[in-house]
Design a protein around this ligand. Structure first.
Ligand SMILES: CC(C)(COP(=O)(O)OP(=O)(O)OC[C@H]1O[C@@H](n2cnc3c(N)ncnc32)[C@H](O)[C@@H]1OP(=O)(O)O)[C@@H](O)C(=O)NCCC(=O)NCCS
Length: 184
């Protein structure tokens, strides 16, 4: 098992084909997909395809979304991590984006915040970008709270397919400073 990051309660490891049923559970829930413009899955095969897609990104880009595992129970609770975005969003292309998605029963316990923080740490220490970015539907209040709690800086709104989205970023310098303040 390839563990990329670890927090007090969570392990972030590569997504595996053995995660298919948990991924399917997550992607069949309309509330999980509410702000993502995606339709709920109706076939397990769709979850298999997403896993293959993510695993191909590990090879092509050296990173991708990671399975988030609860240490005490060994359960798959969702995914989090950095995606290398090659499309164009808010006039940015070829950048690292932090993201997360959890099975609904695990919401509201601080897991997204913990996993996002670990993902950004991993990104700045292993992938060496100058900045890490994030975006969220402006109506997705929980996601905005998570991004602000981990220190991402809100920059502006932009239009994505007719829907207002919020754009966030953090530089390596800002992240290092934040970490050193937390350790003082
Ligand atoms: C967004 C998501 C990842 C958050 O996960 P989570 O583990 O519940 O997040 P956390 O518990 O770390 O933090 C959520 C914060 O948002 C707050 N929050 C939740 N719903 C909120 C709302 N409607 N309005 C304001 N704040 C809200 C919570 O109170 C919490 O803040 P707190 O710790 O200060 O109390 C989860 O809801 C999810 O998987 N949603 C579906 C996928 C998705 O939208 N992903 C993000 C795409 S940009």
């Amino acid at each position: 098992m390839n563990i990329l990051a670890e927090t007090d309660r969570l392990i972030l490891r590569e997504i595996l084909s053995s995660d298919t049923s948990s991924m399917y559970e997550m992607y069949t829930d309309p509330l999980v997909l509410q702000y993502l413009g995606e339709k709920p899955f109706v076939h397990v095969q769709q979850a298999e395809e997403v896993i293959e897609f993510i695993r191909a990104q590990y090879i092509a880009n050296g990173t991708g979304r990671l399975a988030v595992i609860k240490k005490d129970t060994n359960e798959f609770i969702g995914w989090a991590g950095l995606k290398y975005v090659t499309g164009s969003y808010n006039d940015h292309t070829n950048y690292y984006e932090v993201g997360y998605r959890f099975i609904q029963k695990y919401w509201g316990k601080g897991y997204a915040t913990e996993a996002a923080r670990a993902s950004i740490d991993y990104g700045f220490s292993e992938l060496m970008p100058d900045k890490i970015y994030a975006m969220a539907d402006s109506g997705n209040k929980a996601s905005r709270v998570v991004l602000e709690k981990v220190g991402m800086r809100y920059l502006e709104k932009f239009d994505l397919g007719g829907i207002d989205h919020d754009w966030f970023e953090i530089s390596r310098t800002e992240w290092d400073q934040r970490r050193s303040e937390q350790h003082q």
